[in-house]
Design a protein around this ligand. Structure first.
Ligand SMILES: [Zn+2]
Length: 213
């Protein structure tokens, strides 16, 4: 699978273009909050054969650009089922940060994914693991080499749990499960650089609770 990262918008969120190379089938992971990603995708020649949009969670910097993206790429869109309550707050999330200019319409969701679900992208099978805590239903999509974790895990850090619907105890459980995945997996986060499961297992200061066992 070929991966290209586009860091977009005021929140500098990482969005990803995934291409299953033999078939050319492409997916987008997260949207940013503007139409910047759409512009970048349309500047690629030829424009990728985007067949699906995968959302990790419902925060405005990850899902707020959905309507803009769907207006150009009208393809099936996936959201973690438990994320619906947060996703539905997109029209008011800007207000939470005192930035009503960031309020966004919700966009259309076609499929609700749950832990263990599999999604076929050309010849690539993407699996979904539910990792709530940063939000009520955030989850990650992964194949044998790469995992897209949204704001669950960062290089040397983890997602905050102090925003509405966050929960730190649930987050710890999610991180515990995530760290049981193969160490070689390259971790593509919602913000910041690429890392691996093994690197974070060993060095992430927010995961010391796992190493004390
Ligand atoms: Zn977030």
């Amino acid at each position: 699978m070929q991966i290209k990262c586009f860091t977009v918008g005021a929140f500098q969120v990482n969005t990803y273009l995934l291409v299953d190379e033999p078939t050319g089938a492409a997916a987008i992971v997260d949207t940013g909050e503007t139409d910047e990603l759409v512009k970048q995708l349309c500047a690629i020649s030829p424009v990728p054969d985007i067949q699906m949009i995968l959302l990790t969670h419902g925060h405005l910097d990850h899902a707020g650009g959905l309507v803009a993206l769907q207006s150009r790429f009208d393809v099936p869109t996936y959201l973690p089922r438990k994320e619906i309550p947060l996703f539905e707050t997109l029209p008011v999330q800007g207000d939470w940060f005192g930035q009503p200019a960031f309020n966004r319409p919700c966009g259309r969701i076609d499929y609700l994914v749950e832990d263990g679900d599999e999604i076929q992208l050309g010849n690539t099978t993407l699996r979904f693991i539910s990792t709530p805590g940063h939000t009520p239903g955030q989850g990650c999509y992964y194949d044998e080499q790469d995992i897209f974790v949204g704001d669950t895990l960062f290089y040397g850090s983890i997602g905050r749990t102090d925003l509405p619907m966050g929960n730190s105890a649930i987050m710890q459980h999610s991180l515990q499960r995530l760290m049981q995945l193969p160490g070689h997996l390259r971790v593509h986060s919602g913000h910041g650089p690429v890392t691996t499961i093994a690197h974070e297992r060993q060095h992430n200061p927010f995961l010391t609770f796992l190493r004390q066992a």
